[in-house]
Unconditional design. Structure first.
Length: 95
């Protein structure tokens, strides 16, 4: 199922839980900068994403403090950098 890109227009989110979605190629979406200025918590579970999606989500969420990523349905490598991130949880039940 495709992720509704209109959710990137809601800058007031403080918590965002995304599960069981195929994320769009976020780099191809004209995002406001920052897309989620008030987002404190982001949880991604059972999603499909492309290389670069995770760093871009962090870059467009300058207040993000908590990131949880579990059971990404494809292989993704990411180098993450954030001045606000305080905790991160990564888990996979796939081998």
């Amino acid at each position: 199922m495709s992720f509704p890109t209109t959710l990137f227009n809601y800058s007031s989110f403080r918590c965002l839980y995304i599960g069981s979605w195929g994320l769009p190629d976020i780099a191809s979406i004209p995002l406001p900068a920052p897309a989620f200025p008030n987002l404190l918590e982001l949880v991604l579970g059972y999603v499909v994403m492309v290389e670069g999606d995770l760093p871009l989500l962090l870059a467009t969420s300058p207040a993000l403090e908590t990131l949880a990523v579990f059971d990404i349905l494809n292989t993704v490598q990411a180098r993450l950098s954030s001045g606000s991130l305080r905790s991160m949880f990564v888990s996979s039940s796939y081998s």
